[in-house]
Each structure stands twice: as structure tokens, then as C-alpha cells.
Design a binder for this molecule. Structure first.
Ligand SMILES: Cc1cc2nc3c(=O)[nH]c(=O)nc-3n(C[C@H](O)[C@H](O)[C@H](O)COP(=O)(O)OP(=O)(O)OC[C@H]3O[C@@H](n4cnc5c(N)ncnc54)[C@H](O)[C@@H]3O)c2cc1C
Length: 403
């Protein structure tokens, strides 16, 4: 056994490093992304006795690929700092300005008025592997290469069927992303929509593009054509070399017939900067956005991160995933203290929090703003009303972790 803390567990490791069948744990966290690891790290802070009674199951092996722009807002940094962590320990790029445009023209801002950069970009395979290491250093065991296939409730135990056998726990946290398997137990019949995203990573071409290398760009050019989101272009560092991470986000808050496919819109946009889409590996992934009426827990089960719901307006989810961890850890600590596992108050604690309020506003804003699809209104918003957009963002959207 590699981890002495695990001696107290009923299970034992096989030669492959996995626990044996039918092990029972107090807590199993499904998914070792930012939401799952944040839940673990917050638990280690407020209920260190839980570390030895927790197992984290992860279907991949860190460092694992994760499609993401890697834009890390200051809210993420506030939460990481509260856990004694600093994202500058990971390779990163400090983005000078964030531009919000319609057809290449608009305004620019920084997330923090006094800040010297707009936000930071990281590559997720590095960031998530670093976070997972922090959990291991605090004594958590992450069992990788274990995919959860089905989750069911058997009396007061949650049963997890995986490709490595069956596991049982008193409490399960679904931190398994937008396609969450755990969510199916909490919300068996889904009617909410998910956003659609495509992404490519390119080399910088300063000679062909009017985008400045140090800056990031959001362009809402395709809203009039029914893509209810934006194209993005972020600078980042990949294996020590500068790259641009580009993509397109369709919130899908209203599932519309679009005049242009997501791929063609991205091809069109990057074409303006001297790139041919055929030359790059194009990847897509959905993103579940937050819907206040949707359940976030069931008896013995909690959802966090994308499995619960992220930002509908921009698809920002890393800081949110980290933020969920704090509420889940508090709910778990209280549940074991009272031996009461209904998790009835979990959703209320999120809705009443600054993060929950920000999420509700983002969904409302997405549904309101993306109704206005005329070119004239889009041009007016981004080219003339930048001061108003910035005020709304600073006051109602970002900065929730500090309030
Ligand atoms: C193209 C794209 C670009 C994005 N850009 C940004 C951005 O720039 N900034 C930002 O803040 N957000 C961005 N997001 C959103 C952000 O990536 C997510 O909100 C964030 O990753 C959510 O973290 P999570 O821990 O909830 O889920 P994930 O990061 O998806 O982690 C889930 C983990 O669970 C594991 N898992 C999944 N299923 C199982 C299973 N059945 N059994 C066991 N393990 C399982 C996965 O392997 C993974 O490690 C982007 C999303 C996409 C798709």
C-alpha cells in the first residue's frame, strides 16, 4: 500500500494499485478535475479526519488532456489562495487586456481595475495535474484509470459500478464534468440545454493577424447568425512556447436554427487572422450551464462543477468549479457531524452565496442578452456601451469570491 493513511480503510490494493471489489468508503469523489479536487482540498482544511475516509475515482490519468481555453479569472486565484495555493506555480501567461468586440471593434478591460493584467491562462493538463498533486500531498488517494459507469442508491449506501469493479460509499460527490454519470441519479430526466464549444490551438501569426499577442479577444460577430456566444482568441504557453488558443462558444440558451455551422463560423473568424481550419486539430465539448431550478443534490449525493452547472453567458467554469468545492465540503462535514445525509440545504447554500448569485445572473443575462440578435444592437453594445458592459461585469458577474 503506497499510502499509510489508507490502512484504516476496509479495502486493500491489488497489484494494479486499485482497491478490491465492494470496498466501502465514507466519501467517494467521482472526477479529479478542479471541482473534485477543490472539494477534497476544502475538506482537508475543515475536516482533516475525512482525508483517510475518502477515495477519488478518475477515469483518466493525470496529466490528462482537457479541452479548455484555460482562462483563469481572479476569482479562481482567491479560492486557490484560501487553500494556500498559487497558480503561478504552474506554467502560465498573464494576459494584458481582454477585448470584447463585434466584428473586430469594441472595448477592452481588465478583470480587476487595479490589476496589471486581465486574467491568466494555464494549460489544463498542467493545471489539473498540479491540483491533483496538491490533494495527494494532503493524503488523498486518487485512483486513476477508473471509469464510473452507473450510480445507484441502495438504502443508505451509494453503489458505483466502474470498469474496475463495484464501490460503495455513504456520500458521493459528482465532479465528473458536463457529461456527468453521477448527475443521472440526481436528475434522471434532463430538459436543460448545454452549450457547444469548439477549440483549436495554433501558433501565433503576428504578421497576419491584427490581434496583439499579449491580449485576449472575445468577438460576438456570429450572434446575428444564431450562434449565441462568441469566438475567442487567447495567448498561452504550451511546453515553453507561445501559442494561441482559439475557439467558439454557443451558449445554446435558445436552441436555434443557425445560418452558419459552429465549425464554419470558427473557420471564417480564424481566416481573418491568416489560418486555415483544415490545418489544425479541431475538438469539441459540451458545457453544462447553471439552471437554478435544476436539482444539485439528492440523498447521499452532491453535484459540483460542470456536473452541477457553470456560467451560461461566457462558459467560464474553472473558478466556479473551484468555488463549488467549498460548499460541498461544508455540506459533507455537517452531514457526517449530524449523521444526516439528505443534503436538503445544499442548493440553498449555493443559491444564497455570492457565487450562486453570480451564476443566476449569468444565466438570466445570457437568456436576456442573446435575445437581441440584430447587428445594430450587437454593434451598439460592444462598440458604444463598453462602459456599461464593464460596470455590469465588475458589479454582478466577476469578483464574487472576494465579496
Ligand atoms: C472548449 C472549452 C473551453 C473552455 N474555456 C474555459 C476558460 O477559458 N476558462 C474557464 O474558466 N472555463 C472554461 N471552460 C469551462 C471549464 O473547462 C469547465 O467549467 C471546468 O473544467 C469544470 O471543471 P470540473 O472539475 O467540473 O469538470 P472537468 O474539468 O470536466 O473534470 C471532470 C473530471 O472527471 C473525470 N470523469 C469524467 N467522467 C468520469 C467518470 N465516468 N468516471 C470517473 N471520472 C470521470 C474527467 O476525466 C475529469 O478529470 C471551457 C470549456 C470548454 C469545453
Amino acid at each position: 500500500m503506497s499510502n499509510p493513511a489508507l490502512h484504516s480503510l476496509s479495502g486493500h490494493f491489488s497489484l494494479s494499485g486499485h482497491f478490491s471489489l465492494s470496498d466501502h468508503f465514507d466519501l467517494i469523489i467521482v472526477g479529479a478535475g478542479p471541482a473534485g479536487i477543490s472539494t477534497a482540498l476544502h475538506l482537508a482544511q475543515i475536516a482533516p479526519e475525512m482525508v483517510q475516509r475518502t477515495l477519488i475515482l478518475e477515469k483518466a490519468h493525470h496529466p490528462r488532456p482537457k479541452l479548455c481555453g484555460g482562462g483563469l479569472l481572479p476569482d479562481a486565484e482567491v479560492i486557490l489562495n484560501s487553500l494556500g495555493l498559487d497558480s503561478s506555480d504552474v506554467p502560465h501567461y498573464d494576459v494584458d487586456w481582454a477585448h470584447f468586440d463585434f466584428g473586430g471593434k469594441g472595448f477592452r478591460m481588465r478583470a480587476e481595475k487595479k490589476g496589471s493584467f486581465a486574467f491568466r491562462t494555464i494549460r489544463r493538463y498542467e493545471f489539473d495535474a498540479w491540483l491533483a498533486d496538491q490533494a495527494r500531498q494532503r493524503g488523498f488517494h486518487i485512483q486513476e484509470n477508473t471509469s464510473v459507469k452507473r450510480v445507484s442508491l441502495n438504502g443508505s449506501e451509494v453503489v458505483l459500478e466502474t470498469d474496475q469493479g463495484e464501490y460503495r460509499a455513504t456520500v458521493v460527490v459528482g465532479a465528473d464534468g458536463s457529461k456527468s454519470v453521477v448527475r443521472r441519479l440526481v436528475v434522471p430526466q434532463e430538459s436543460t440545454h448545454t452549450a457547444r464549444l469548439l477549440e483549436i490551438v495554433t501558433e501565433p501569426r503576428p504578421e497576419a493577424s491584427f490581434h496583439i499577442q499579449a491580449n485576449s479577444y472575445f468577438d460576438f460577430l456570429y450572434v446575428p447568425q444564431g450562434i449565441l456566444g462568441y469566438s475567442w482568441d487567447f495567448p498561452a504557453i504550451e511546453k515553453g512556447r507561445p501559442v494561441r488558443v482559439r475557439g467558439i462558444y454557443d451558449s445554446n440558451v435558445y436552441p436555434l436554427k443557425t445560418d452558419i455551422s459552429l465549425r464554419d463560423a470558427l473557420a471564417d473568424e480564424i481566416g481573418l487572422h491568416g489560418y486555415q481550419i483544415e490545418e489544425y486539430e479541431l475538438q469539441g465539448h459540451p458545457l453544462r450551464w447553471f439552471e437554478a431550478k435544476s436539482a444539485l443534490s439528492a440523498a447521499h449525493v452532491l453535484l459540483v462543477g460542470d456536473a452541477a452547472g457553470a456560467d451560461a453567458l461566457f462558459g467560464e467554469g474553472i473558478s466556479i468549479a473551484l468555488g463549488y468545492g467549498r460548499f460541498a465540503a461544508q455540506a459533507i462535514q455537517q452531514a457526517f457531524a449530524k449523521q444526516e445525509f439528505s443534503f436538503r440545504d445544499y442548493k440553498r447554500s449555493i443559491l444564497r452565496s455570492e457565487m450562486g448569485r453570480s451564476l443566476q445572473r449569468r444565466t438570466w443575462l445570457a437568456k436576456t442578452y442573446y435575445r437581441f440578435r440584430s447587428r445594430a444592437i450587437q454593434a451598439l453594445v460592444w462598440r458604444r456601451l463598453g462602459w456599461l458592459v464593464e460596470w455590469v461585469m465588475q458589479t454582478f458577474i466577476i469578483g464574487w469570491a472576494k465579496r
